[in-house]
Design a protein around this ligand. Structure first.
Ligand code: F6P
Length: 346
């Protein structure tokens, strides 16, 4: 049997652990070969592959990034151009791939679902993203590492905020969902957390900070997801470049919040945009273990022909769910968790 593996979309810590686990489990079966496609769907279009054998996947469980490289290539970008999908099918045919295991988030797995449903490509998906916004799985790997990085940053900003009596705005990733903001905000003791799911009133944020100040708390920490938005204020987001899946490049809401808070409260305010630091470096143990469990389960599903599925974690168990329902809608933040975070707002 021949398995193909690719990593698509934004990278995240744990991808190498997942690749290693797929390969190690698959190679337990006789006459099995694993091929890696380079740079996400781009590698399937161009046919650029690497052999994924024991030697290629040695010593990588702790390494961030992806040994396969990644890209945001979308073979369905231009609906009138059938060539990219045609090229993918031709590559699969010529290399004799019996099962494809894409590791990705909403976009990569959305492509996987279409290839499976429209073209019959035998696919088992593996969910990853620091944003933790894929449905049908309690967690994606990469998320806990990003949360730890953001929490460490908030801890550091806390001490300097306190020394200078400043308001610190920390902008974290999270395009459509406030998982990183809420987890790191709770862990780091944030005084306000702003998330994409709940448009915020900047005057109310200023009032909370003023209230803290009146109580003698002369510094504050505001954690904002990059996709957080003021009520009726889409214009403040950078309307710059969009990627192949039509997503606008985010980043900068923190600066806008800083400006407004300074104006409204008169308190000295600074912004830190954590950006890609959250996606880099070594995965925490939780993500290594989750990626490994996902990889082993995905190889087993592929070897036994359970296609059109995605591996997932529900509670503490690894399960197989339908790929279509996983990509059908985004998993936004659990309101119960938001309510917990709000107990601690200024
Ligand atoms: O999808 C994960 C994510 O980290 C988003 O939160 C963020 O908006 C995006 O990737 C940024 O990706 P890049 O700059 O690599 O295109």
């Amino acid at each position: 049997m021949r398995l193909g593996v690719l990593t698509g979309g934004g990278d995240c810590p744990g991808l190498n652990a997942a690749i290693r686990a797929i390969v190690r489990r698959a190679l337990h079966e006789p006459d099995t070969k694993v091929l890696g496609f380079k740079y996400g769907w781009a590698g399937l279009i161009s046919g650029e592959t690497v052999d994924l054998d024991l030697a290629a996947t040695k010593g990588i469980v702790h390494r961030g990034g992806t040994i396969l490289g990644t890209s945001r290539t979308n073979p369905y970008k231009d609906p009138s151009d059938e060539r990219p999908v045609g090229a993918i099918l031709a590559t699969l045919e010529s290399l004799g791939i019996d099962a494809l295991v894409p590791i990705g988030g909403e976009d990569t797995l959305g492509v996987a679902m279409r290839l499976h449903e429209d073209e019959g490509v035998p696919i088992v998906g593996v969910p990853k993203t620091i944003d933790n916004d894929l449905s049908e799985t309690d967690f994606t790997f990469g998320f806990q590492t990003a949360v730890q990085i953001a929490t460490d940053a908030i801890d550091r900003l806390h001490t300097t905020a306190e020394s200078h009596n400043r308001v610190m705005v920390v902008e974290v990733m999270g395009r459509h969902a406030g998982w990183i903001a809420t987890y790191s905000g709770i862990a780091g003791g944030a005084d306000v957390i702003l998330i994409p799911e709940k448009p915020f009133d900047i005057a109310e944020v200023a009032a909370r900070i003023q209230h803290r100040h009146d109580q003698g708390r002369l510094f504050s920490i505001v954690v904002a997801a990059e996709g957080a938005m003021p009520v009726g204020g889409e214009a403040v987001l950078s309307a710059g470049e969009t990627d192949a899946f039509g997503h606008t490049r985010l980043g900068g809401i923190g600066n806008w919040i800083q400006e407004q808070l300074e104006k409204m409260t008169g308190f000295e305010t600074r912004t830190t945009i954590l950006g890609h630091v959250q996606r880099g470096g070594t995965p925490v143990a939780f993500d290594r273990v989750l990626a490994t469990r996902f990889g082993v389960a995905a190889a087993e599903a592929a070897l036994t022909g359970q296609f059109g599925t995605m591996v997932a974690i529900n509670g503490t168990s690894i399960t197989l769910v339908s790929l279509a329902s996983a990509v059908g809608k985004l998993k936004t933040i659990d309101p119960e968790l938001v309510a917990v975070s709000e107990v601690f707002f200024g």
